[in-house]
Design a protein around this ligand. Structure first.
Ligand code: RET
Length: 278
């Protein structure tokens, strides 16, 4: 029986074996641990920075932003332990067809939790209405989940790229709200300056993810797995921790602006009226 199935059954590594492979690749392992350390430091710093924030909207921006390093530390612990990494055999047509490729699928899964938090914080800062916040969050989750599907599809090379295309379409909606809708709202809300800084940082960094996906082992494989992982880790450092620090530092110093912001949130509530300030 064992003889019959030899060469047919794909290589199934245990979690301990995946962990062992990660340990052997120092560069890859380091790309995880640097982020675990930075996420930990960010959590401590942001809790400290937010200790005196009292306005509910400013507090909501804080909670949502604080979730970013909290999800990140969990995400990278999953990768470092081998829990959220698989070795997948690439289909015919792929540059590494027939080879077992290390796939960090935990990244795509946890982006579905962290990126909505970034967008919620940005939407609150811009004074967005509920409709736009909802739209940006669901399309963003769509982007991450279909990106996960692209990485995990091993039956057909064409379908991997079709998933990638669907994910890019979701991404376009996110970009539209970030670049066209929210800047107008931020102007009305009086938060244009900080919003535009964070918008540029976000758009430039986020564009890097699909580019590195396409260049990495999951795409056309011109970049090695450890380099791709470092690219994501580097983007994460700016798109998450530096982004979060800039946003929270501004909120702490401008709490009264946040508290008195004219925003569209009330207009999406039942009856259309915003609740009175208490
Ligand atoms: C994928 C591949 C498929 C096409 C597209 C992608 C976009 C990913 C993005 C990720 C952003 C992640 C961040 C994480 C921080 O926690 C899934 C790579 C469009 C934009 C900011």
């Amino acid at each position: 029986m064992a003889v019959l199935t030899q060469g047919v059954v794909p290589l199934e590594l245990t979690q301990a074996e995946v962990y062992q492979r990660v340990q052997e690749n120092t560069l890859l392992n380091l790309s995880f641990w640097v982020n675990i350390a930075l996420a930990g430091l960010s959590i401590l710093l942001f809790v400290f920075m937010g200790r005196n924030v009292e306005d509910p909207r400013a507090q909501l921006i804080f909670v949502s932003t604080l979730m970013v390093p909290l999800v990140s530390i969990s995400s990278y612990t999953g990768l470092a332990s081998g829990l959220t990494i698989s070795f997948l055999e690439m289909p015919a047509g792929h540059a590494l067809a027939g080879e077992e490729v290390l796939t960090m699928w935990g990244r795509y899964l946890t982006w579905a939790l962290s990126t909505p938090m970034i967008l919620l914080a940005l939407g609150l800062l811009a004074g967005s209405n509920m409709t736009k916040i909802f739209t940006v969050i669901v399309t963003d989750i769509g982007m991450c989940v279909t990106g996960l599907a692209a990485a995990l599809t091993v039956s057909s090379h064409g379908l991997r790229w079709f998933w990638y295309f669907i994910s890019c379409m979701f991404f376009l909606v996110v970009l539209y709200i970030l670049l066209v809708e929210w800047p107008k709202d931020a102007e009305v809300a009086g938060t244009s300056e900080i919003f535009n800084t964070l918008k540029i940082l976000t758009v430039v960094m986020w564009l890097g993810y699909p580019i590195f996906w396409a260049l990495g082992a999951e795409g056309i494989a011109v970049l090695d797995v450890a380099i791709t992982s470092w690219a994501y880790s580097g983007l994460d450092i700016v798109a998450k921790y530096i982004f979060a620090f800039l946003l929270l530092n501004w909120v702490v110093n401008n709490e009264s602006t946040v508290a008195s912001m004219a925003d569209g949130l009330g207009s999406a509530q039942a009856g259309g009226a915003a609740p009175a300030d208490d």
